[in-house]
Design a protein around this ligand. Structure first.
Ligand code: MOS
Length: 763
C-alpha cells in the first residue's frame, strides 16, 4: 500500500465523535459496518435447513420421549398404572416419581443465580401442584411409540381443594416481597386526595388475560451422559444459567454439564429452564441411553409458563391544561407460590410522565397453576395498555390531542427517582411519527370516518422499556497472525441477529472485513455470556467485547515495539483500520496486525475481559421509548377489527443494524397486535386446566392480521451505553395494544378495557 493509498483510506475513516462525554470507549474509527443493514450471517444456513436446532441433534441409540400430564390442579397421585405402557411396542422405560433419580430442587428466577421457571421439585413425589404437571415420561424407540405408550398410562388422584379462580382469590391479594427488586408500593404525595380534588378525572379498571409462549420452535432437549458429564442440547436463552442450575439439580460440578444451543427458533422469555430438560436428563440417566424430549405444542402449554393475567386500575387527576395532579396505577396479578414473576405493570408509570402525586402499587394473588413467567416486555406490555388507554381517555375528556397531552406532561427528569434521563427523545419520536403517519388527518370526533361498512380510526400510545444490564458476562477476543479475529462468548442467537451485529461491531472496532471476523457463541464452555433477556444481550456483549478489544490493542502496541511505525503510541492515540493500527491523525504511521505478530513471532494475541459493572444505571434513568401509531377499521356490522396501518417510531439509542432492528421492532409490534386483538389463554377456573392448548385455538396473529408495519427511529446515541445502543427486543410490543384500542375508540366511540378486543365486545 502506497503512502497516498493510506492517506486516501484515512480520509474515508471518519473518527467516531458521535458520543461526547461517552462513558464507554467509542469506536475510534467507522468502517461502515455498524449502522448498516448487513444481512444475517446465519441466514444462508437457516434457509438451507442446515442450522441444527436442539431437537435435530442425531445421536446413536437415541430414545424419544412423551409426557403424561396430571389432570388435577392440586392433590396426590393415588394410583399409577404403567404396565400396559411398559409392554407396548418399542418402549424402553416409563419414568415416574417412583423410579426417577433423586434430584435437588431447582432454583427459580430472582433467587440468586436461579433461572428455573419454578422451584418445585421435578417428579420426586406423588404431590401434584398444577393441572398439567408431568406425572410420567415414556421413552421409546420412535416418537410414535412413545406417544402411543403414554396414552396407556393410567393415573388416579386424590384431589385436594385448589385455588384456581382469580376473582375469588384476589380478595387475599398481597404485596409481593418485591417487584424485580423494587418496592411493590411507591407513593409520592397523596395521590388519592389529589385525584378526588382534580377538575378532570379518569378512574378505570383494565384487564389483560393470560398468554402462552408460542415460539415456532417447540421446546426441546436432546441429552446424553458421558459418564458423569451431561451433554444437553437445549433451546435456551440462558445457556450459562441453565448449565449451572442443572448441575445443582443433579448434584454435579458446573463443568459436568455442557449446554449447547447454537440456534433457537424464537424465545420471548419462555426458553428458560423448565421441567422438560430435567426430565430428559433424568430419564436418560435411568435408561443409560441418549434421549430426545421435544414437547408437543400441547405440552408447551402444560409445562412452560406464560404471561399471567392482570387487573389494573389507572386513575388520573388533571387540570384543564392537562397537567397531572395524580397518577395512580395499581392492581393485582396472579402468580404461583413457586416463582417470583409479578408482571411489573406499574413500571412504565414510574418513568414516563410528570405528575404531582403518585401512587403505584402492585399486589399478587397465588393460584394453584403452572408458574407464570417472563414474556416479551413482562409488565410494560400490559402496563402500557392500561396507562396509555387511560391517558387517551383523559385527552378525550380534556379535548386535547393525545400527542399534545403527552407533550404537556413530558418530564424533565425521571418523575419518581429524580434522576436525569441518560437520553430521552420521546417527543421527537412523536413528532417524526406524526408527520410520517399523517396524524393531522385524524378527526378527533369518534365515529366520524366511515368507508362502506368500515369505521376508520387512528390511535397513538407510548411504548417504553428499560435499559437493563445484568452483571457477569465476559468475552474472549483472539486476533490471529493471518489478520482474522474470533470473539467467543456464551451468547444466544434466537433469530434476532446476535452474531451479525457482534461481527459488525468487531469488524469496525478492529478495522477488519466482516469475513475476517468469527463469532463463537451458543456453548456453555465459552466465556460466560449475557442471557438473552431483558433486551440486554446486545449491549452487555458489546461491553465485554469492547473491554477485550481494548486489552488486545494495548497488547499489540506492546508487541509492536520500537521497530514499528507505531513505536511509543498509547492505545488512545491509535485507530484500527485496514487490518492494523494507525496513528489517529498521522496516517503514515500504520502497521498491520499480521506484521506486528510476525515480528513478535506470535501466532495470536488474545484477551478475555468481563463487561464492566454498568454503574451508569445508578446515576441515570435509562429507558427506551416509542410512539406507536395505529389505524384500524372496525366493521360496523360484524365488529371485526382490522389493523390497516401501523407505525412504530422508536427512540432506542443508536441502531446498530437497521435490517435486523426493523425485524425486531416489527416482531414486537406483531406480538402487540396479538395482545390487542386475538391472544388469550383460556383457563378453566374450576379445574385450573388450560383449555386452548393449541395454535388452532390460541390465536396468534397470522399474515392476514398483520398490515404494512412501518418503523422509524431517532438513532440518537445514548452517551451512557456501549456504542450508544439500548436494547430493542421487547419495546415493540409495548404501547401497541393501547394504540390499537385507542384507534378503535376513535373509530367507534367504544372504549374496550378488556383484552383481547374480540368482535363480540364491539357489538
Ligand atoms: Mo425477554 S421476556 O426478557 O425474553
Amino acid at each position: 500500500m502506497t503512502l497516498m493509498d493510506i492517506m486516501k483510506t484515512a480520509l474515508r475513516y471518519v473518527p467516531d465523535t458521535l458520543l461526547p462525554g461517552a462513558t464507554h470507549a467509542p469506536l475510534r474509527a467507522r468502517h461502515g459496518h455498524v449502522g448498516t443493514p448487513v444481512s444475517r450471517i446465519d441466514g444462508n444456513l437457516k434457509v438451507q435447513g442446515q442450522a441444527r436446532f436442539a431437537a435435530e441433534v442425531a445421536m446413536e441409540g437415541l430414545l424419544h420421549a412423551a409426557i403424561v400430564h396430571s389432570s388435577i390442579a392440586r392433590g396426590r397421585i393415588a394410583t399409577l398404572e404403567t404396565a400396559a405402557a411398559e409392554a407396548a411396542p418399542g418402549v424402553a422405560l416409563v419414568m415416574t416419581y417412583r423410579n426417577a433419580p433423586r434430584l435437588n430442587r431447582p432454583k427459580a428466577f430472582m433467587d440468586g443465580n436461579g433461572v428455573s421457571g419454578s422451584n418445585l421439585p421435578v417428579m420426586q413425589d406423588a404431590a401434584i401442584h398444577w393441572n398439567g404437571e408431568a406425572v410420567a415420561v415414556v421413552l421409546a424407540e420412535t416418537q410414535e411409540q412413545a406417544d402411543h405408550a403414554a396414552s396407556l398410562v393410567t393415573v388416579t388422584y386424590e384431589a385436594e381443594p385448589a385455588t384456581t379462580a382469580f376473582g375469588a382469590a384476589k380478595a387475599q391479594a398481597k404485596h409481593p416481597g418485591s417487584i424485580l427488586g423494587e418496592a411493590p408500593l411507591m407513593e409520592i404525595g397523596d395521590a388519592e386526595a389529589a385525584h378526588a380534588a382534580a377538575a378532570f378525572r379518569v378512574d378505570q379498571v383494565y384487564r389483560t388475560p393470560r398468554h402462552n409462549h408460542n415460539a415456532i420452535e417447540l421446546h426441546a432437549a436432546t441429552v446424553r451422559w458421558e459418564g458423569e458429564t451431561l451433554i444437553l442440547h437445549d433451546a435456551t436463552q440462558m445457556i450459562g444459567g441453565t448449565a449451572a442450575n442443572v448441575a445443582d439439580i443433579f448434584g454435579l460440578q458446573p463443568e459436568q454439564v455442557r449446554v449447547s444451543s447454537p440456534f433457537v427458533g424464537g424465545g420471548f422469555g419462555g426458553k428458560g429452564l423448565w421441567s422438560h430438560q430435567i426430565l430428559a436428563a433424568a430419564a436418560s440417566k435411568l435408561a443409560g441411553r441418549p434421549v430426545k424430549l421435544m414437547l408437543s405444542r400441547e405440552s408447551v402449554y402444560r409445562l412452560v409458563g406464560g404471561r399471567t393475567l392482570t387487573e389494573q386500575r389507572v386513575a388520573l387527576g388533571a387540570s384543564a391544561d392537562g397537567t397531572l395532579s395524580a397518577l395512580i396505577h395499581s392492581g393485582v396479578a396472579a402468580m404461583s407460590a413457586n416463582n417470583d414473576c409479578p408482571e411489573q405493570f406499574t413500571f412504565p408509570a414510574r418513568h414516563l410522565y410528570a405528575a404531582e402525586n403518585f401512587r403505584l402499587e402492585q399486589k399478587i394473588t397465588e393460584l394453584d397453576m403452572l408458574a407464570n413467567t417472563f414474556m416479551r416486555a413482562p409488565g410494560e406490555s400490559v402496563g402500557t395498555f392500561a396507562l396509555e388507554s387511560a391517558l387517551d381517555e383523559l385527552a378525550f375528556d380534556l379535548g386535547i390531542d393525545p400527542i399534545e397531552l403527552r407533550r404537556r406532561i413530558e418530564p424533565e427528569k425521571d418523575p419518581t427517582s429524580g434522576n436525569a434521563f441518560s437520553a430521552r427523545h420521546l417527543l421527537k419520536a412523536y413528532a417524526d411519527g406524526a408527520a410520517r403517519f399523517g396524524w393531522d388527518k385524524r378527526n378527533p370526533v369518534p365515529g366520524s370516518r366511515r368507508e362502506g361498512e368500515w369505521l376508520i380510526g387512528m390511535g397513538v400510545a407510548t411504548g417504553t422499556y428499560p435499559y437493563y444490564r445484568m452483571p457477569g458476562n465476559a468475552a474472549r477476543l483472539r486476533l490471529d497472525a493471518d489478520g482474522t479475529a474470533t470473539v467467543s462468548t456464551a451468547a444466544h442467537e434466537m433469530g434476532m441477529g446476535t452474531a451479525t451485529v457482534q461481527v459488525q461491531h468487531v469488524a469496525d472496532r478492529l478495522g477488519l472485513a466482516l469475513e475476517d471476523v468469527t463469532f463463537e457463541y451458543g456453548e456453555s464452555s465459552l466465556p460466560a455470556g449475557a442471557m438473552a433477556g431483558g433486551s440486554s444481550q446486545t449491549a452487555a456483549t458489546l461491553a465485554a467485547v469492547i473491554a477485550s478489544a481494548e486489552a488486545v490493542i494495548a497488547e499489540l502496541l506492546k508487541l509492536a515495539g520500537n521497530d514499528s511505525p507505531l513505536a511509543g503510541l498509547k492505545p488512545d492515540e491509535v485507530v484500527a483500520r485496514d487490518g492494523g493500527l494507525a496513528h489517529a491523525t498521522d496516517a503514515t504511521r500504520f502497521e498491520t496486525y499480521t506484521s506486528i505478530l510476525a515480528r513478535a513471532q506470535r501466532a495470536s494475541v488474545e484477551a478475555e475481559e468481563s463487561a464492566p459493572m454498568p454503574l451508569e444505571l445508578m446515576k441515570y434513568s435509562m429507558h427506551s421509548t416509542a410512539a406507536q401509531f395505529a389505524e384500524v377499521g372496525v366493521n360496523a356490522i360484524t365488529g371485526e377489527v382490522r389493523v390497516r396501518r401501523f407505525l412504530g417510531s422508536f427512540d432506542c439509542g443508536r441502531i446498530l443494524n437497521p435490517k435486523t432492528a426493523t425485524s425486531q421492532f416489527r416482531g414486537g409490534i406483531i406480538m402487540g397486535i396479538g395482545l390487542a386483538l386475538t391472544e388469550a389463554t383460556e383457563f378453566d377456573e374450576r379445574s385450573g386446566r388450560i383449555m386452548n392448548a393449541s395454535l388452532a385455538e390460541y390465536h396468534v396473529p397470522v399474515h392476514l392480521d398483520v398490515p404494512e408495519i412501518d418503523v422509524i427511529w431517532t438513532d440518537i446515541p445514548d452517551p451512557h451505553t456501549p456504542l450508544g445502543a439500548r436494547g430493542i427486543g421487547e419495546i415493540g410490543i409495548t404501547g401497541t395494544a393501547a394504540a390499537i384500542a385507542n384507534a378503535i375508540f376513535n373509530a367507534t366511540g367504544k372504549r374496550i378495557r378488556d383484552l383481547p378486543i374480540t368482535l363480540d365486545k364491539l357489538l
